[in-house]
Design a protein around this ligand. Sequence first.
Ligand code: FE
Ligand code: MN
Length: 361
Amino acid sequence: MEKTFEIGGRSFVLDQKKAEEAFAGKRVINGRPSMAFNLLPLRYQWAYDLYRTMKANHWEPEDIPMGKDLEQWRSTTEVSDNERWIIRMGIGYFSAAEGIVGDNIQHVVRELVTAPELKLVLGRHAHEENIHADSLLYMISSLGINPHECEAMFEQIDTVRRKNEFVTRISHSLRRDLDMTKLENKQLLAKNIFVFGQCMEGTQFYGLFGMILSLYRNNKFPGIGQMFRYTLRDESNHIEVFRNLLMDLVEENPAVWTPAFKDELTALMVEAVELEKEFIQDCLPVNSIGLSAADFIQYIDYIADRRLTGVGLAPLNPGISNPFPWLAEMMDIKKEQNFFEGRVTEYQKASSLEVVDDSEL
Ligand code: FE
Ligand code: MN
């Protein structure tokens, strides 16, 4: 018997029995091993949908003009040294972080998941980390920053080093030939997906996102601000990819989700938040206009709770409010007219320009 499947506005005719077998063999982990890229029939519709959304949001760093940024970077009157320091911290931290995320996807998560549509969206996710890494290179070259100086920040600034160590230790524990039928190994993977998606990309990226976009809002470093807006929109999709992946992994392997394991994840978020708060203090040694360390610390507590509740864990600060409601609008690029005069708008087909869950930020 034949059956028609619809995906992304196209239809495919599949043999019903073969399709059912293929569908049944699809699992987040321990599914049917297949060298063939058999996307059909889709079991994880969200993965395919997010892949298409992410692809439609494509952008290229070189399309963003950096003339004004360079002028401000060199000016003694237009921006302060504290503001320049935030940009340095942003470029320094993300230069390492984007690579660490991409490496973990390619060498850990994408290796261990088995369903092709999950591999598809993770491939796009890794590619976006490459775009982000490339955007930092573009910022470094445009401003004439010494790349070695950025690299030195990974080691010399304690709060940057500690944030990086927090995630790399969790990534490296999974680079062996692991028997994924064992509960302890399933929990290692679940922990990895939680830490990278919800603690790192979901929480520890948001201190700098807030600071750099706060500068952008005050017409400081407009090119860098635009790139971070695009990056933030991408990250919101990455958080969603990893959130869905964790939820489906747990649904298919319910033994993973013990009270002790949930406590372990919450404790990791507490650690991530502490590291982020120390990092914020380093970024904002003195308060300047629109940039108070206390507000950013509250923002991190707020964001961390969104991430915890997003995966069904209890919040740490119930009822905490968002001190930066404007940040959600910053990400919602489609609302703005003539935001960008360049090729980026052409990459985006009007109908597919979407942001996942922008109301939550
Ligand atoms: Fe990224
Ligand atoms: Mn990301």
